[in-house]
Design a protein around this ligand. Structure first.
Ligand code: NAI
Ligand code: MG
Length: 331
């Protein structure tokens, strides 16, 4: 079986970490047919669009997309974030963000959380306007999208032997939007009595993630809350350099590190490729190749256990040297 993978380096360190990721994938026991596509700010400067139609089609037709990161400059009016657009266009309705302790000094122990972030609507619907000195953003929460992510979350929990789902919302204030999300998830939870369900208000969740992250298992929430809480949670286990994600839809998936393009590190052999390696492992799981995904994860663990680290984790290895070390540890 040959897997068709669309590869998008994007901007800044997106290109560095995807190069490293492709090197690692060349040592996996699988065959890939790669197609390369453009997106992001460099693409905008070259083609006048941050996300060409051709790129969306290439991702749509691939078994999966392997994505680095893109810059989204805030000062260009009507600039479209390439990644937010791709998630919507490809209907990648859930963003799966695992936060798991690693054998590195700055990681707290015993953390194993999966954050399920709704990925197509909420505050990122992109409907904003300015009227008479007031800027207005529309927050769209639909029953359909809420039900879809809830069902995915509970099925995932059951299949992966997880015990508890925490529903994070702010329905005490955002009574309509969060109210609908909350009601829908709770109604789906009734079909899964084997899994405990609890609710936590988002601000309390931000606090409890620091106070007692060990007690959380699977977390399901809306788009903006999931974006913020997953960056926060990543810092508990090593920061953005190690946080992977999978954007999953019914037909295809897109796998990317949680971090952005960190322009100051671009092309300098500094970026930590671990988040991208773990995203590649998630991509292999998604393709049904969990054994190869585990090989990557085990190799990363072994490399950290040997004390090898990139600079963000207090070490002295560059992107390339760390990549070599992970490749050498593949069993
Ligand atoms: P960022 O994630 O690019 O970087 C924040 C800081 O985290 C960096 O300055 C660096 O210290 C550290 N960092 C991130 N990834 C790292 C890695 N692999 N290795 C070592 N250190 C790492 O976020 P920032 O600075 O807020 O945004 C930069 C650009 O990225 C913006 O244009 C933003 O729009 C875009 N962005 C894109 C995302 C995506 O493509 N999915 C996600 C987040 C931001
Ligand atoms: Mg983010």
């Amino acid at each position: 079986m040959v897997y068709n993978i669309c590869v998008i380096g994007g901007d800044g360190i997106g290109n560095d970490v995807i190069d490293a990721g492709l090197k690692l994938l060349s040592h996996v026991n699988l065959d890939f047919d790669y197609s390369y596509a453009e997106a992001g700010y460099d693409c905008y400067l070259k083609n006048g669009t941050s996300i060409p139609h051709k790129t969306i089609e290439a991702c749509r037709n691939a078994d999966a997309t392997f994505f680095g990161a893109v810059s989204s400059p805030p000062d260009i009016p009507d600039y479209k974030s390439a990644i937010v657009t791709l998630r919507k266009e490809l209907d990648l309705f859930v963003n799966v963000r695992p936060i798991k302790s690693l054998p590195v000094e700055i990681s707290r122990p015993n953390i194993d959380i999966i954050i399920m972030r709704e990925n197509t609507e909420g505050m990122y619907k992109g409907i904003e306007r300015e009227e008479n000195g007031v800027a207005i953003a529309e927050r769209h929460i639909s029953e359909k999208a809420s039900r879809r992510i809830a069902e995915f979350t509970y099925k995932y929990a059951r299949e992966n032997n997880r015990k508890r789902v925490t529903v994070v919302h702010k329905a005490n204030v955002l009574r309509k939007t969060c109210g609908l999300f909350r009601r829908t998830v709770l109604s789906v939870s009734e079909k899964f009595p084997d899994i405990e369900t609890e609710e936590v208000i988002v601000d309390a969740m931000a606090m409890r993630l620091i106070k007692e992250p060990e007690r959380f298992d699977v977390v399901v929430t809306t788009n903006l809350f999931g974006d913020i809480l997953s960056d926060e949670a990543s810092q508990l286990v090593g920061g953005l350099g190690i946080a992977p994600s999978g954007n999953i839809g019914e037909k295809t998936g897109l796998f990317e590190p949680v971090h952005g393009s960190a322009p100051k590190y671009a092309g300098k052999d500094i970026a930590n490729p671990t988040a991208t390696f773990l995203s590649a492992a998630m991509m292999l799981d998604f393709l049904g190749e969990k054994k190869e995904g585990d090989r990557i994860r085990n190799s990363i663990f072994k490399t950290f256990a040997e004390g090898k680290r990139t600079k963000d984790l207090g070490g002295n290895l560059g992107t390339l040297a760390f990549t070599e070390a992970v490749i050498n540890n593949l069993e």
